[in-house]
Design a protein around this ligand. Structure first.
Ligand code: ADP
Length: 140
């Protein structure tokens, strides 16, 4: 299995409810290692740029406003098949469809305010990590 890195975001609905530690425990229990992490407050421009792939979707503005509403925790997770494993631990986008035991089943408030983001493919993981972290912040 390939060791990968993926970009994770603990979203404002979760930081507001003080769930960072509980969510990080889910990652660690699944064998993912948190190799970089910081708490930041995105501007609307930064959130809009990050989610630009969804610019034409009807929920885009709502998503941007939400992501810029309060601080988030951005992190790099590392492990075997980290991209797929992280998405498994996150659960389905809509918490109503998420398997029990997943982060979204346990913590998400709605399809929009769903507690976590995780990269969906190697190329996006690389781009998303570079969006938030410099080489100096990533220990090899
Ligand atoms: P995922 O985060 O599971 O990869 P998507 O890439 O489809 O899901 O969507 C990105 C984010 O946009 C979701 O995590 C969620 O916050 C928001 N979103 C997706 N679909 C909806 C929707 N129907 N209504 C409101 N927000 C949505």
């Amino acid at each position: 299995m390939a060791t990968e890195r993926t970009l994770s975001i603990i979203k404002p609905d979760a930081t507001r409810r003080n769930l960072t530690g509980k969510i990080n425990a889910k990652f660690e229990d699944a064998g993912l290692r948190i190799v970089a992490q910081k708490r930041i407050h995105l501007t609307k421009a930064q959130a809009g740029e990050f989610y630009k792939v969804h610019a034409e979707r009807p929920f885009y503005q709502e998503l941007v406003d939400f992501m810029a509403s309060e601080p988030v925790v951005v992190q790099v997770l590392e492990g075997d098949n980290a991209i797929a494993k992280n998405r498994e631990v996150m659960g389905a986008t809509n918490p109503a469809d998420a398997e029990s035991g997943t982060i979204r089943a346990e913590f998400a408030e709605s399809v929009g305010e769903n507690s976590v983001h995780g990269s969906d493919a190697p190329e996006t993981a690389k781009e998303e990590i570079a969006y938030f972290f410099s080489g100096l912040e990533l220990v090899g």
